[in-house]
Write a protein that binds this ligand. Structure first.
Ligand code: BV8
Ligand code: ZN
Length: 252
């Protein structure tokens, strides 16, 4: 199969190899992080724009920070919701949705809370760190999706309980089913794509490690090196919105 359409430069060998592996794979897992949304204009956590009022995510995304100052934490989340409200999925998100439609057994495990994979049409997906468009009541436990601008912060439930973002904070357990599903799929996968993550946050970062130990062909897509890079079969150094369409193929 010629891997280049007429008039384009031949694909580099590692891109061609990744494309071939995906074309033959029956079981594929994709683990994504903030980097896949960077080209939609969503700041990453540990990039230059990863700070907010000189505070890092590790200091704000914690139950302690919320207990101490729910308003400050909500101002951070509402500023992210407002900024994300206008962003759209990019070619990287759409490529993974196309891959899902083509591969017999596919699972997308995302660390992202921005909801962009869902907007791009991904269905077989677990959100390991929750979703910032969902709110959860600390009083009655009700969970609801709400994309509107939240006027009065911190928001309250109809039961008058305090609402929190339905995301996983540092020191909190991930949704058990979701994590289990990610590990099981990664261990059984032929190919695992690790896209746009610094591979620093556990236990999500352990999912590709489990795949490597089980013998999967792991491909990293990231402009920078990460602690996972050298254990990967392929480390494709570049932007996901450019590389994913090349290795998945189909409409750009
Ligand atoms: C847990 C939701 C059990 C919130 C997030 C000490 C005390 C307590 C815990 C720990 C501890 N030491 C370690 C831990 C465990 C801790 C952890 O791993 N900490 C790290 C910082 C060392 N983990 C936890 O606490 C987890 N829970 O362990 O529970 C437990 C219970 C009690 C006590 C102990 C343990 C919970 C972790 C989940 C935290 N929630 N988010 C919110 O978003 O507001 S984490 C947050 O980081 C996001 O979810 C994000 O996805 C995640 C990882 O970051 P990345 O996605 O990788 O983003 P990052 O900016 O880092 O990197 C972007 C990458 O993209 C870069 O590599 C860049 O090069 C690349 N890139 C840039 N542009 C592009 C690109 N790639 C491709 N294309 C581009 N164009
Ligand atoms: Zn309530």
């Amino acid at each position: 199969m010629s891997s280049t359409s007429p008039g384009t430069a031949p694909l580099p060998d590692d891109i061609r190899e990744a494309r071939l592996r995906l074309a033959r794979a029956r079981r594929v897992v994709a683990l994504t992080g903030a980097g896949i949304s960077a080209e939609s204009g969503v700041p990453t956590f540990r990039g230059a724009d990863g700070l907010w009022r000189n505070l890092r995510a590790e200091e704000l995304a914690t139950p302690r920070a919320f207990a101490r100052d729910p308003l400050l934490v909500w101002e951070w989340y509402e500023s992210r919701r407002r900024r994300m409200g206008s962003v759209q999925p990019n070619a990287g998100h759409h490529a993974l949705a196309r891959l899902e439609a083509r591969v017999p057994e596919f699972l997308l495990a995302t660390q992202n809370v921005d909801g962009l994979h869902g907007l791009a049409g991904s269905k077989r997906m677990v959100e390991l760190h929750g979703n910032l468009w969902r709110l959860r009541c600390l009083g009655c436990g009700a969970v609801r999706e709400d994309r509107r601008a939240l006027e009065d912060l911190p928001p309250r439930c109809t039961c008058s309980g305090l609402l929190r973002p339905d995301v996983v904070w540092f020191g909190e357990d991930l949704p058990a089913g979701a994590l289990e599903q990610a590990f099981t799929a990664a261990r059984a996968a032929d190919v695992v794509l690790v896209v746009g993550t610094s591979s620093l946050v556990y236990p999500a970062a352990a999912v590709p490690e489990a795949a490597i130990s089980a013998g999967a062909f792991v491909v990293e897509v990231n402009p920078e090196r990460t602690p996972l890079s050298e254990a990967c079969a392929l480390a494709l150094r570049g932007r996901s919105a450019e590389i994913l369409p090349q290795i998945v193929g189909g409409a750009a």
